[in-house]
Ligand binder design. Sequence first.
Ligand code: FEO
Ligand code: CA
Ligand code: CA
Ligand code: CA
Length: 549
Amino acid sequence: NGNAVFHNSLIGFAPCPNPGGPNPTISDDYQYDVIIPWGTPLQPGGVDTNGGRPASEAEALQQIGLGHDGMHFFPINGRSDHGILCINHEYGTTPHVLGKAFPESLEDVRISQAIHGNAVVELKRTNGAWERVASSYNRRITPNTPVTFDGPVAGHPLLDNPAGNAPAGTVNNCANGSTPWGTYLTCEENFNGYFGANETFTATERQARYGLSSGGFGYGWHVFDERFDLTNPDYANESNRFGWIVEIDPMSPTSAPVKHTALGRVKHEGIALTVGRGGRVVGYMGDDERFDYIYKFVSAKNWKSMRAQGKSPLSEGQLFVARFDDDGTGQWLELTIDNPVLAAEFADQAEVLVYARRAADLLGATPMDRPEWTSVAPNGDVYCTLTNNTRRTEANAANPLAPNPDGHIIRWRDSDKHVGTSFEWDIFLIAQDSHGTEAAYGSPDGLWVDPDGRVFVQTDGDQPYGNNQMLVADPKTKEIRRIFAGVDGDEITGIAVTPDRRTMFVNTQHPGNGDPSSTNFPVPGAGGPEIPRDATFVITRKDGGVIGS
Ligand code: FEO
Ligand code: CA
Ligand code: CA
Ligand code: CA
């Protein structure tokens, strides 16, 4: 007789309330610790800001940065209690970092720059607590770290400046990816905000498409650092050096980060890498702006054979942009100079890649509601968060709400094991459907599908109530349940796990929006002298089980 099929829900934990307030909340089945807040010395024993601000660039460069975002855990010897965490430091406002509205010197700008970029930090669990390890792997990468370019744009005049300055730095590192060969990918999102103009500046059409403007986001770097002055002819192409996906080798601490131009220049939120037909490595990428696009990169050949030839699999391949048709199918449109539509406007493939947004416009890609993270499920489905779009006035099947203040999650299945030119898609979740339920949420952003198919969703934006949060969804039933909620003013972002998935690392970014009267997390209690600091939560199940179960 036993034909009954029992649906074993993938999510069995107690739902977490979301009361709001200055401290985090977690499911009764889980617990958290807090590690590596901004200002923590990279090497144990270094100078700790202890809730204050870095006193100098030199000090900031020896510390964990600010704007904790995407991250990945690289195990050492396959261990789940010892590894290297690579973490993005997306941004920190000048008032928060410097305690003043605007930089007043080059040193101020250097401090501001030094909290940006990435940290590589070796961690080990001892007696249940994760601690930094004194390590030659530990390093910071900042907007001033030497970098190299590969792919079709490397060596192209569009990356050259009359100043002859060597390529340096990465900035506004938002989400991330990781490669099958054990490296970290960090993604440059709102790079435009760090550029400004000291003279009268009128953006070209192509510059305007990337949001370059005379004031930027108010960082003021351009006032003291000529690289970031859009009107300094010696640095005419400096802004073309940002907006890329950047590879960092955590195991090679002296290696320079590599910017992979074959993946195109957009405001890269993140990248989900998988291996498709023929062993080609395939990367799915969101360009986070209202009405921007979703991209796919396919390596030229089997990734192992490319590496055997001494080539990065990310150095050569095809770049596509997605068109979502209303009938539930879609097309991958290739950004290639071989297409006469692109050849009519661009001189070569390098120019297509530098101005990928413009090329995608010409191809008729579908403008989406702010594509954020992507993740590839074990069954091959690809998920993408579309965080919100208050400016949408016309709905379509893939972006069904106009306006769309709370966002949705789309997913698709490639026609040919990730190397196809078409796909089928459906809407996985619409955030507004959760409103009025126990798991109410809005503005999905961080995303990870675990090897069992659980969909982890992190939020960044106005919530129906309480604080930003992390939820877990069942891909079949679409049931969604909150596992964790952050602190007033923050967003929850970044997901890294140990190989056994019994430890998860998750970040609070901009707690209190920098205001200590809102929260001075991670210092207990609000209103102290300390300013709130971004930090990493270490989440474990009380019974030692897999995170999300
Ligand atoms: Fe940096 Fe689109 O989030
Ligand atoms: Ca984000
Ligand atoms: Ca966001
Ligand atoms: Ca953010």
